[in-house]
Design a protein around this ligand. Sequence first.
Ligand code: HEM
Length: 398
Amino acid sequence: PWHVFDKLRADAPVHWSEEPAPNHGFWSLTRYHDIVSVLRDTETFSSERGTVNLEELDADQIEARKSMLETDGVRHRALRRLMQGEFTPRAVAGYETFLRGLTASTLDAAFANKEFEFVDQVAADFPIRVLAKMLDVPDTDIYKLIDWGNRMIGNDDPEHADVLASSAESEEFRLLPFRSPAAREVFEYGNDLANQRRGKDGTDLVSRLVNQEPMDGKALSERDFNSYFLLLVVAGNETTRHTITHSMNYLMDNPDQLELLQEKPELIPWAVEEFLRMASPVYHFRRTATKDTEINGQAIKEGQKVVTWFAAGNRDPEVFENPYKMDVTRNPNEHMAFGRGGPHMCLGNSLARLEIRIMFENLLPRITSMTKLSEPDRLRSNFVNGIKRLPVSVELAK
Ligand code: HEM
């Protein structure tokens, strides 16, 4: 999509795409600073009327699907506060030893063969195993969690398609997040965990969620629990998986950068920021204007949808010199892969950064080179910038 983003950013930075009713259309923002100003101004640009897709949602759908990501103001703060403490840099540092062990065993298994498929062998299971640890669920459930994520997030791709044409119109599926039957399975699974852990003093994320009283001294309603749980299951997995895969792909395209990191591993934390900027695994979210307003001189009407293309902001030459060049020493690197500056800024950003850093701190010293056996097989999606398969061949260090 990059040349399209570049053209829009240069010629029409606030660009209207007309769509037939009932969706009507949306504004695309491709300049970094315009995106930041929309993310910050939550009074004018609301998340309540949907953030993850462009369809027009009716009141029932909004209510049924709403998660933290799709709330504003007081309700958003109350929901976010519930898990804030679990995702601070300090809290996630507690997983470091676990992550090092997990990375080492993942790489041992992958490197047992000279040729292997990077997504399947290295990137796909890693974030989900971390989540399984945080939820305190058995390893045997991991493939279920991966499958649900694939079916919900990747469901524009025919390979993962989960939206049954006939059922898409039915009331039940209309109200499910991502219109996906997988969401119903996630709810059932989450509810079982909640029932087992309610009233006990577990320290896993589910126990913490069900045993706190976020709003008006009341426990989370089943609906709020469901969407919270679903968000935790989907938000961190595909995103982290695709960042790791893109990063490896970019390093194979830029062997000078790979060598630099092998010589100076202390640069890896900087490299992680550049990996995130280049990968931009979440292409966009959207907001809805709550009143007539303007962005960069362009009038926006109440009720119109505004799409913040993080991936385009991350290649804005006004902010990032030579934006297509991978530079693991880039500094400053205030990318917007996790959003930027607004209250919805990714809750899991410290965890994601830690996972990616530990992966490459372990991987890079173990190889002398890695080469692609074919170009990456891309996910078909305008939401997640994903890679489904990346076959590679590795030379291990002695
Ligand atoms: C929100 C990206 C990993 C949990 C977001 C947002 C983005 C994002 C762009 C919305 C920002 C905004 O609208 O201002 C990413 C990327 C990741 C990642 C690129 C990995 C590379 C994770 C992880 C978790 C997580 C590991 C937790 C397990 C969340 C949650 C929200 C969120 C709960 C909603 C926050 C809110 O609405 O207040 N993420 N994310 N994410 N992310 Fe992440």
